[in-house]
Design a protein around this ligand. Structure first.
Ligand code: ANZ
Ligand code: ZN
Length: 819
């Protein structure tokens, strides 16, 4: 008997698919289009098991839709700018492109081997000038719409990588990449004004509910962090303009006993009294060393310094001492707070530490915070609160105080967001140059579109070593940097920062629609045909930034009138991680498992099937607990079914064994449903069942020559090709079909064959048979009773009498006893 040779099949079908263009999107209007997208990889070394899991999920969706008759676009590319390439280049005294493109070739070969249904004609790399020219275009578009701007501000600085980090790249006070403690620096940086879109980013999530994982939506909502409250103005000594605070509890205003500003907000340095300046400066120094996480930690002892000034409470004229304390953050709200220790635990901890007064203004019935030092935040009766006294709930309290503040012109309702503008400047080489020229006479001059791309100069090795400024600002890049101003022709300099690589990856799904377009970032009509993405697949680690930035740019491009949708990804799946003994595989732990080695050992089909079968796509799987060799045994059984059937002639399945047919069509229905619902582990389980049934049908009758058995074997080949594409192709061909199974037509289950088994239930009234019911074999007692009572013969026999009792003996009888 023939046996399955995985290695030979892999080679053969890879060549076939490539030559045949099996997975090239037709884009000819012949069928409805579907866009399946995997988050594109970063070219760090070869593929590992994490890639194996991530990419197989989208592949199943893409292959299924293709067999369902859709015109499928399933592209691949590389997110190929970034720091690791630069570090490798420094270490090898080479150009980052060498490492980058060598890794890309390695990964591309591995992707092909892994049997992914990519449309390779659409391949792109974000580090190609042909691509980043349009990243620069997108920057210009944003700039022209007032959405890219520069400002000087304290930024996160990694002393090891010598670069600025976005807030998102700081994890627990440390650099996300290297773990070094992050410090603060003042620099003039470029920002995208994503905060302009905060409310829309929130609102548009409604359309994603049910189609995106709930936790991703929750994480985005949290990150955007909308807070409703009020702005309240306080007059502060040493300053003409009043100082505004943001509070979510304006109704506690009468309980304010002091006032706090962030030490690192400009306001603090501005108002501090001379007598307190030295003490303040020392404290500011300490604040700069603390991370944002530390500053927000609730169990860290509260510290602060008196600024020698007083703020006036607008509702009662009380003088509140002003402190600088690091638990107040410079870049949230207004950087200043009215402190209400009785009802805010942070303020209460501070009051306790510095011996400041506490005044309760809401009596919640709980022990008094003035004595317990436990703040109360619930509803209760307002006390010591002017004309709020006696009110008993927050809604009324807030309404009343907001009215008073509005009358006096000292406050108004306000909404703030936690979301910050997106800091996009990086002081690194291997990224997309910012297409701006700085001219002493004209200021910031965007590089005209016909002069794009601004390509990187040819720096390598030691030129790239971190020196605290961008390599593009170094002596080696002088010739590149010094240019004539596009506006006045005078001497000018290029911007020397490059863009955060998240910019590159926040619009690539547009580029795939017309990847070779030389006239535009994307062809508007091609995007109209393909986008938005029907199914996006990627790791939950991108739940916030990448998805938020992509959603932002989609809205910017929409607002520029170029597209008619506002959300890029209609449906999102987060696949789980592959772990090594429960521990995430990672470079730093050195516990990664190489995909290529596993393929050599077990073959592609076995790896893919084992991963998919291990659990729901969202769940993590422990590779050490898996057994690809038992999966191989199952695949061999499936292969033998096809081999046995293949020697027999095929005839109309309708002439085959009825029982076998019913089983196959039940499988078809269940398998289609599992695929549509993305329960891919169930898909594999159902195929296993069908293989077992078909084996029995061959061995114990009706035998391999029965047309119904052939029908089963053919469907096994098709369904299996979603997860085990090489085996699917071999089986399909063995069964006498022209290649390829990937382009075969997925069968619909015949409804006539799906009818459930039924039973005949006799209905008696007062001991006499009055009717017969055909009911599903698994009917419930309730349903059988209802059907019996509704029966015409039964109704006639009852003749309006009440029913005293119903005795149900399924599957045979329902007996009705009239009153
Ligand atoms: C007075 C007050 C009384 C407050 C009370 C709360 C409870 P969320 O909900 O997260 O938006 N706050 C405002 N700006 C701040 C900053 N830059 N750094 C630290 N804390 C700041 O938080 C809003 C509340 O956090 C505001 O409402 C303010 O304290 C504080 F019983 O004002 B509240
Ligand atoms: Zn100029």
């Amino acid at each position: 008997a023939r046996t399955y040779d995985a290695a030979a099949a892999q080679e053969r079908w890879q060549k076939f698919w490539e030559a045949d263009g099996t997975f090239v999107a037709r884009d000819d209007g012949s069928a409805e289009r579907r866009y399946v997208l995997d988050m594109f990889p970063y070219p760090s070394g070869d593929l590992h098991m994490g890639h194996a899991e991530a990419f197989v999920m989208g592949d199943i969706a893409g292959r299924y839709w293709l067999m369902r008759g859709y015109d499928v676009m399933h592209p691949i590319g590389w997110d190929s700018f970034g720091l690791p390439a630069e570090n490798a280049a420094i270490a090898r005294n080479a150009h980052p492109a060498e490492w980058t493109y060598a890794n890309i070739e390695t990964q591309a070969a591995s992707f092909k081997r892994y049997g992914l249904s990519f449309d390779w004609t659409r391949r792109l790399h974000t580090s190609d000038p042909e691509y980043y020219r349009w990243t620069q275009w997108l920057f210009q578009l944003s700039h022209s719409r007032g959405l890219a701007y520069r400002k000087s501000s304290p930024v996160n600085w990694c002393p090891n990588d010598q670069t600025v980090l976005a807030n998102e790249q700081v994890v627990q006070g440390a650099c996300e990449r290297c773990g070094t403690a992050v410090t603060k620096r003042n620099l003039t940086q470029w920002y995208f004004k994503i905060t302009d879109y905060a409310q829309r980013l929130l609102d548009d999530m409604k359309a994603l509910e049910g189609n995106w994982p709930d936790r991703v939506l929750a994480m985005q909502r949290n990150w955007i962090g909308r807070s409703e409250g009020a702005f309240v103005d306080f007059v502060v000594e040493g300053r003409d303009e009043p100082v505004t605070v943001f509070t979510t509890r304006p109704d506690t205003l009468y309980g304010a006993t002091f006032f706090v500003v962030a030490p690192d907000a400009a306001l603090a340095s501005e108002i501090v009294a001379d007598s307190q300046r030295a003490e303040f400066e020392a404290y500011l120094e300490k604040t700069r060393a603390a991370s944002e996480i530390e500053r927000q930690s609730t169990d860290r002892p509260k510290t602060g310094v008196f600024l020698g000034r007083y703020a006036t409470n607008p509702v009662n004229g009380e003088k509140l001492p002003v402190y600088a304390a690091d638990y107040v953050l410079a870049d949230y709200g207004t950087g200043a707070v009215m402190a209400v220790p009785a009802h805010d635990q942070r303020d209460l901890d501070f009051a306790k530490a510095l011996g400041l007064p506490v005044r309760r203004v809401i009596d919640t019935g709980e022990p008094n915070p003035e004595e317990t030092y436990v703040a109360t935040s619930g509803d209760g009766t307002y006390v010591n609160s002017g004309d709020l006294d006696g009110l008993t709930d927050k809604v009324s309290g807030v309404a009343r105080i907001t009215e008073r503040l509005a009358e006096a012109g000292t406050g108004k309702p306000a909404i703030t967001f936690r979301l910050r503008d997106w800091l996009l400047s990086r002081q690194r080489f291997w990224g997309c140059p910012i297409p701006v020229i700085h001219c002493a006479a004209c200021g910031e001059v965007p590089v005209p579109e016909d002069q794009l791309p601004v390509t990187l100069p040819n720096l390598k090795g030691a030129d790239l070593a971190p020196k605290g400024t961008s390599p593009l600002a170094s002596e080696a890049a002088r010739a590149w940097r010094e240019v004539a101003c596009p506006s006045c022709g005078g001497p000018a300099e290029r911007d020397t920062d490059t863009m955060d690589t998240f910019v590159d990856s926040s619009w690539y799904y547009f580029r795939y629609c017309s990847p070779n377009d030389e006239r535009a970032a994307f062809d508007v009509d091609a995007v109209k045909r393909w986008a938005p993405v029907d199914q996006y697949v990627g790791g939950v680690e991108h739940a916030i930034l990448h998805l938020l930035y992509s959603r932002f740019f989609t809205k910017v491009i929409h607002d520029a009138g170029l597209i008619d949708f506002t959300e890029p990804f209609t449906r999102l799946m987060n696949q789980g991680q592959v772990t090594n003994g429960g521990k995430a595989m990672s470079k730093s732990l050195g516990n990664g498992v190489d995909l290529g080695e596993q393929i050599d050992l077990h073959g592609v089909d076995a790896i893919r099937t084992a991963i998919v079968f291990a659990g729901p796509p969202e769940d993590d799987i422990d590779w050490t607990a898996m057994s690809p060799s038992s999966t191989s045994k199952f695949l061999a059984r499936a292969y033998r079914v096809a081999a046995d059937v293949s020697s027999e002639v095929g005839v109309d399945p309708a002439t085959g064994d009825a029982g076998v047919r019913k089983g196959t069509h039940a499988s078809m229905a269940a398998i289609s449903e599992a695929v549509e619902d993305q329960r891919y582990n169930v898909l594999v389980a159902r195929i296993m069942e069908l293989v077992n049934h078909t084996r029995k049908a061959i061995d114990a009758g009706p035998g391999a020559s029965d047309p119904a058995v052939r029908e089963a074997a053919e469907f096994i080949a098709q369904a299996l090709s979603l997860v085990a594409p090489y085996l699917g192709e071999e089986m399909w061909e063995m069964l006498g079909h022209a290649p390829s199974v990937a382009r075969s037509t997925w069968p619909d289950a015949d409804p006539a064959l799906l009818v459930q088994e039924s039973v005949t239930v006799v209905v008696q009234v007062a001991g006499k048979v009055r009717g017969k019911l055909e009911l599903p074999a698994d009917v419930s007692e309730e349903d059988a009773t209802a059907a019996a009572l509704a029966n015409e013969g039964v109704q006639r026999a009852l003749a309006g009498r009440e029913v005293a009792k119903v005795i149900v003996r399924l599957p045979k009888m329902v007996s009705i006893v009239p009153a």
